[in-house]
Structures are given as structure tokens and as C-alpha cells.
Design a protein around this ligand. Structure first.
Ligand code: IMP
Ligand code: MG
Length: 175
């Protein structure tokens, strides 16, 4: 680990702030929170406790073809929604947006499901790396172009359980 970027207290405060906004913005809608496995689980469980309006939860799991630290843009859906989302309002919960390719693919895919609306809440945004412009409704924090771990986010399936967001030393992932 290199350094802690966002502390556990700051993350808790951010979830309160986002939860309040979401509760207000979706108050008369049929809201479905769609967590993208596995990275979003820690953020999702904290965020949903701060949402004060009725909502249901769903999960999708996607993987990007190719290995290593960057995504290829070709996305494979490993687990799809269980629920019919016709007429419902989807809020995709994502851990981190990098190039934007994963979310862009996912939004296009969900658009075919006749949802009433699709919004995105993303905890972390590596804005300078974006190649695909997609509208993210709520962003927690902008982060620098470094390899991020913790609070659900992994490097080779490890570090997800760290209670804070941190950066990983370059020599670990640039091998
Ligand atoms: P994108 O398709 O390039 O936007 O990549 C999004 C996905 O790549 C995220 O959902 C993460 O799973 C993964 N990812 C991007 N940046 C990082 C990082 O710094 N650490 C760990 N995973 C990352
Ligand atoms: Mg992810």
C-alpha cells in the first residue's frame, strides 16, 4: 500500500451525503439499486443504509475481457438482473470509473430493458482516464490516475476488506 486517500470517516460522511440526495431525488419513483459485483458491495451496503425511501436491490456481475489493470471495453455479463425492471428507476452503483467502457456497455445493455430511467452513482472517478463519455449522476470523489484498492476495490482479488480507500505502490502492479 502506498497511502490512504480517503479515510473511513470521510467515506461514512460521503455515504450520508449521497444517501440524502438520492432519497430526495427519487422520492416518488420505484427505485432499484443495482450493485455491480464485486467491487461495489462495501459502498452499496453503506450507501443503502443512508437511503430513507423504499427501494429494492439487485446485483449484476460483469467482467471485462482481458486481464491486468486496464479494461478492454468488451464486457461479459456473468450475472444478470433477476427482476423485471420495466417501469422502474435504476440506480447503478459502481465502485470506480476509469475509462468508462464498462459502464457505457452496461447502460446500453440496460436501456433495452425498458426501465423508466437509468442513473449512476459511482464512488470514485478517475476522470483524466475517461475515453468513453458517460453521464454519471453522482460521484463521490475524483481520484488520481493511480491503482486504487480498498473499500470493496481489489488488486488480484485482495484488499477489498480494507475499510478505507488507498493507492497501491507502482511496483506491485506494474510488473
Ligand atoms: P473502466 O471500464 O475502464 O471504466 O473500468 C472500470 C472497472 O475497472 C471498475 O469497475 C474496476 O473494477 C476496475 N478498475 C478501474 N480502476 C481500478 C483501480 O484503480 N483499482 C481497481 N480496480 C479498478
Ligand atoms: Mg467494478
Amino acid at each position: 500500500m502506498k497511502e490512504i486517500l480517503i479515510s473511513r470517516e470521510e467515506l461514512a460522511e460521503k455515504c450520508r451525503e449521497l444517501g440524502a440526495k438520492i432519497s430526495e431525488d427519487f422520492k416518488d419513483k420505484e427505485l432499484v439499486l443495482v450493485g455491480i459485483l464485486k467491487g461495489s458491495v462495501v459502498f452499496m451496503t453503506d450507501l443503502m443504509k443512508e437511503i430513507t425511501i423504499p427501494c429494492s436491490i439487485e446485483f449484476m456481475e460483469v467482467s471485462s475481457y482481458g486481464t491486468g489493470a486496464t479494461s478492454s471495453g468488451v464486457v461479459k455479463i456473468n450475472k444478470d438482473l433477476d427482476m423485471d425492471i420495466t417501469g422502474k428507476h435504476i440506480l447503478i452503483i459502481e465502485d470506480i470509473i476509469d475509462t468508462g467502457l464498462t459502464l457505457s456497455y452496461l447502460v446500453d445493455y440496460l436501456k433495452t430493458r425498458k426501465a423508466e430511467g437509468i442513473d449512476i452513482v459511482c464512488l470514485l472517478d478517475k476522470k483524466e482516464r475517461r475515453t468513453k463519455d458517460i453521464p454519471v449522476t453522482y460521484v463521490g470523489y475524483e481520484v488520481p490516475d493511480e491503482f486504487i484498492i480498498g473499500y470493496g476495490i481489489d488488486y488480484a482479488e485482495k484488499y477489498r476488506n480494507l475499510p478505507y480507500v488507498a493507492s497501491l505502490k507502482d511496483e506491485v502492479y506494474r510488473k
